[in-house]
Design a binder for this molecule. Structure first.
Ligand code: MRU
Length: 349
């Protein structure tokens, strides 16, 4: 898969620092940033230099492991106390993607088995590396299952960027397109630009074009017209948090696409790893929705496009109710409806 391998990795561990691909600068600049302090990691996540639920989790895990290497403590009790403090700090960077909390908590739990401070430090690094490696396998598996739902010649709409740079590799919603390309199956992707931060226009098109996958960019308000005139055959999106009943938070605009898909009789798929499923959150109403800076809406590429002082509402995510979701595609298989029982069952086998 030469084309995919040419897409830079979103996150890399380098023992004394973390390298991230600065997604704010794409597609015009391929810039890498070295994160050396806990504050750098927090800032990179909060300002979307690294973004996408799994990539946020991986970066935070490395950030916590990195910070812990410098703890100057003699007892495990002091170590755990400091670790919990840093975990809480990183967890405050963004509220919606549950992968952030999932990865941080997985690290904290992994350290509890250690019998010495040195052992705990090593354990944390190994656990963070494992989270990244597992995510790559997970995404490939999601891609295999998702591809089984598509046919040669299909025209598929997506939003935001749930691709290679939003994960360890392959992506979730974009994974089937890489696998299809590898196997000579032709799928045509329609990428919704994803106002206000333009992850679709800047990142999804960039990724897919590098891999030689057919992609057509549309603005968000062209979705209905595109479904009709281009005879879209399916919609596939990623997820930031899936509640226990299947309600799914994803990038703002996703809910609208699900409603349109229903109106057109088109299947609407959510592709996500188990690390995005939050059984502790009962329904979509319980998912915290991040509201971001008003400048993301009043400005376009640094230029003001709305009057000074205008009131802005800028939710970064919306929640698609479970009844609009045809299927949720995970690394353990595809589930169709009946989410209250099917989602917990995924964790049992
Ligand atoms: O605000 P972002 O860019 O982090 O939002 C990302 C999304 O909504 C993605 O669809 C989701 O995290 C899945 S990434 C595989």
């Amino acid at each position: 898969m030469a084309e995919l391998l040419s897409i830079p990795r979103s996150v890399e561990w380098n023992e004394t620092y973390i390298t991230i691909l600065n997604q704010q600068k794409l597609p015009f600049q391929t810039e890498y940033l070295e994160l050396k302090e806990l504050e750098d990691v927090w800032e990179a996540i909060a300002t979307l230099k690294v973004r996408g639920a799994p990539a946020i989790g991986i970066t935070a895990a490395y950030g916590l492991a990195l910070a812990a290497q410098r703890y100057d403590v003699s007892s495990m009790a002091e170590f755990q106390e400091q670790l919990q403090k840093d975990r809480d700090y990183l967890a405050s960077a963004r509220p919606t993607a549950v992968n952030l909390f999932w990865a941080l908590d997985r690290l904290v739990v992994s350290a509890t088995a250690a019998t010495s401070v040195n052992e705990a430090k090593t354990t944390l690094v190994h656990e963070a590396i494992r989270i990244q490696a597992e995510d790559e396998d997970t995404c490939r598996s999601i891609g295999e299952y998702a591809l089984s739902l598509f046919r040669d010649g299909d025209r598929i709409l997506t939003i935001c960027n749930a691709g290679s740079i939003a994960t360890a590799r392959y992506g979730t919603a974009l994974a089937p397109f890489y696998l299809a390309k590898e196997r000579g199956i032709h799928l045509h992707v329609y990428a919704s630009e994803t106002r206000p931060v333009l992850q679709g226009a800047r990142l999804t098109t960039w990724e897919l074009m590098q891999a030689g996958i057919d992609v057509t960019l549309i603005t968000d308000n062209m979705a209905a017209q595109t479904m009709k005139t281009k005879r879209i055959t399916a919609v596939i999106v990623g997820a930031d948090r899936i509640a226990a009943n299947g309600d799914t938070a994803n990038k703002i605009g996703t809910f609208g696409l699900a409603l349109l898909a229903k109106a057109f009789g088109i299947p609407f798929y959510v592709a996500a790893p188990l690390s995005t499923i939050d059984l502790a959150t009962k329904t979509g109403d319980d998912i915290p929705i991040e509201e971001r800076n008003s400048e993301e809406v009043t400005h376009l590429a640094g230029t003001r496009i709305a009057p000074e002082g205008v009131t802005v509402y800028n939710p970064a995510f919306d929640v698609t109710p479970n009844e609009l979701i045809t299927a949720i595609i995970t690394e353990k298989g595809i589930i169709r409806g009946n989410y209250e029982t099917a989602l917990p069952a995924l964790f049992r086998n």
